[in-house]
Write a protein that binds this ligand. Sequence first.
Ligand SMILES: CC(C)(COP(=O)(O)OP(=O)(O)OC[C@H]1O[C@@H](n2cnc3c(N)ncnc32)[C@H](O)[C@@H]1OP(=O)(O)O)[C@@H](O)C(=O)NCCC(=O)NCCS
Length: 331
Amino acid sequence: MNSQAIALPQDTSHHVRRFDLRRDLNPVADLVELCFADTLDADGRLYIDQMRQAARGGPLLDLAASGGRTDLPMNGFVWQEGEQVVGNLSLIPQSHQGQKLYLIANVAVHPSRRRRGIAAALTAAALQELQRRGQPATWLQVDAKNPAAIQLYAQIGFRERMRRTSWRLVWQPAPSKPATTATAGPRKSEDWAQQEAWLDANYPADLRWQLPLEARLLQPGWRGSLERALSGRQVQQWSARQGEQLLGSLAWQSSGLEADNLWLAAPTESEAAALPALIQLANKHLYSYRPLALNYPAGRAAEALQSCGFRATRTLIWMDYPWKEITFNGQ
Ligand SMILES: CC(C)(COP(=O)(O)OP(=O)(O)OC[C@H]1O[C@@H](n2cnc3c(N)ncnc32)[C@H](O)[C@@H]1OP(=O)(O)O)[C@@H](O)C(=O)NCCC(=O)NCCS
């Protein structure tokens, strides 16, 4: 085994303590709002509002305190100086196919206290905690335009696993004629096997736990109808063809967030040809003009997406901690 010891910052114990749901929600909401002011989107603002709402007590706090399913930060570590919380790291448990995994999120240090090792100490505390919990898969996401954080995590030993771009489409009232010879129509049952294989390639298993993509909702036939009815999600799907050849399929899925989701199943060779036809048809069929979100591998189909009216909101680097290769503190 390739063992590499990690040096922990010394003398941090009197500042680092566990996040306390009953008293830290408000200060952490303030800190996250301050530190992410430049990049907060509507969902991020909603998240901060929920923290503040829960801090006032009531059902959200009761749900979180009783271990119920909520996105509120319930675990993690803060760095406290005097009465002030000046650093935070949230540990968000997730599960995927029976496996427990953790997302490190909301890593934030007050601007007046940066470059003193606070974020490194909080990350080290989180890794020690996760080591005690049996070294579950540990992930984080960092904006590709955030060199400080990328450097922080790389130095601790996190490694890049993938880059994903979030695209947004805000509908134009009059879509232009698609610049492609491909034709699009409703997704056919017989497209499913290929569509599913392309979905697996474009949305690999390692990221499914973080996305609301559930292939069972997209499957054809009575099974798919039943799954959709049970989930309460609406789905519409289209396929693009060149003659008889399938170029790609697009699924639209309703969501409770600011934007509905699109899942694009297409290989690199045909995604650019498929997209304009698919988007034009989607525009005809979607009666609501809610914004649409597409998560896609970074660097893929960028020109085609832009010419269909999408704009890239950000690219996230997904990093994980290589437990098997690194012995924490030499243990
Ligand atoms: C990123 C952030 C959390 C770092 O907090 P911090 O307490 O200042 O970081 P640390 O002092 O523990 O730095 C540890 C290492 O990270 C790297 N690092 C931290 N800030 C850096 C910067 N501005 N530029 C380059 N490298 C930086 C360095 O390698 C540093 O080690 P060094 O000081 O020995 O060179 C802080 O800048 C912040 O809150 N930023 C805004 C919110 C944010 O981007 N969070 C991360 C989301 S993924």
